[in-house]
Design a protein around this ligand. Structure first.
Ligand code: HEC
Length: 282
């Protein structure tokens, strides 16, 4: 299946199947897993974590030849420096998190009852900096936030993704994320789901479209040596959809990430995977 022409894609998508009736996060996840399993019975959720490479043997070989990905060690080292840098009164980012941040990443994003928001790793990091009067990190900057995420997530390598959606308020935020994922946005009238769910595995330009399951496992991805976070990737897709991307660090991105991360529950974290530079997809 190939549809390199965006107009052809649009035509096939004029009737985007209505998302399943709302029945809670676990039901949504089961429905999406079942849909993908039916279409790709040979692919497990763990296979899908390879992204486009799950459908593309040549890409898979390229990725496997680039383990660890070029730039990953440098990003992790740079992130560790920022993480352990002591600011006022001997404080550091490391001191804000249990165990210096070891084995915490697989539980993010999480719904925080106190602030009634979805808290991503980026939000938690900036909250710590704010508490100690430090300048915040730009969630879209690979050299600072990207590097910190590369380090912090490396401390959870192999831990299973364990996103909790417990209670009505958390379910409501998950539902916000799900709804955004299925809503057509932008000039080209695509929803995330148009590409990543309905056409998962089809080629769009020269890339197979990665499914939503597994997409929270291997970020930050290394692209041309630079770490790319899940939020940054989502913003790139929004731009390609002809939509104004939600601001870095926004609640919308956090909700989308909450939804996507929940779909990866149970899969081991493998941060720092290689991804190629993006071609002209649209
Ligand atoms: C028109 C098709 C299209 C739409 C719509 C789209 N994307 Fe993408 N997305 C892509 C392509 C193409 C890639 C890159 C595949 C590659 O080459 O690795 C990608 C990559 C991704 C990845 C990285 C997956 C991985 O493991 O590498 C995530 C996460 C993602 N998109 C999320 C989203 C979200 C969330 C939305 C909605 C806001 C969205 N996308 C909308 C086409 C699309």
């Amino acid at each position: 299946m190939r549809f390199p022409d965006p107009r052809a894609l649009l035509a096939t998508l004029l009737v985007l199947a209505a998302p399943a009736a709302w029945g809670g996060a676990e039901q949504v996840r089961a429905g999406i897993l079942a849909e993908l399993r039916e279409r790709y019975p040979a692919l497990s959720p763990a296979d899908m974590a390879a992204g486009a490479a799950a459908f593309d043997a040549a890409r898979l070989a390229q990725a496997q030849a680039r383990q660890p990905a070029p730039g990953a060690a440098e990003a992790i080292a740079a992130g560790k420096r920022i993480w352990t840098h002591r600011f006022a009164k001997g404080r550091s980012l490391a001191g804000c998190f249990p165990n210096g941040g070891r084995r915490i990443a697989a539980a993010y994003p999480q719904y925080d009852r106190r602030v009634k928001r979805v808290v991503t790793l980026e939000t938690a990091i900036n909250q710590c900096l704010k508490t100690y009067g430090q300048p915040l990190l730009d969630p879209a900057d690979p050299a600072t936030m990207g590097a910190v995420l590369a380090y912090l997530r490396s401390l959870s390598e192999g831990q299973k993704v364990a996103i909790r959606v417990a209670g009505a308020a958390a379910e409501a935020r998950f539902e916000d994320g799900r709804r955004l994922y299925f809503t057509r946005l932008g000039q080209r009238n695509y929803a995330c789901a148009s590409c990543h769910l309905r056409h998962a595995g089809s080629y769009f330009g020269d890339a197979a479209l990665p499914p939503p399951v597994g997409s929270a496992v291997s970020w930050p991805w290394l692209r041309e040596g630079h770490p790319v976070s899940l939020q940054v990737r989502i913003r790139e897709c929004l731009e390609r959809m002809g939509a104004a991307p939600f601001p870095a660090g926004s609640e919308e991105l956090a909700q989308l990430e909450y939804f996507l991360a929940y779909l990866s529950n149970g899969l081991p974290l493998r941060p720092g995977a290689w991804r190629p530079a993006d071609g002209p997809h649209m």
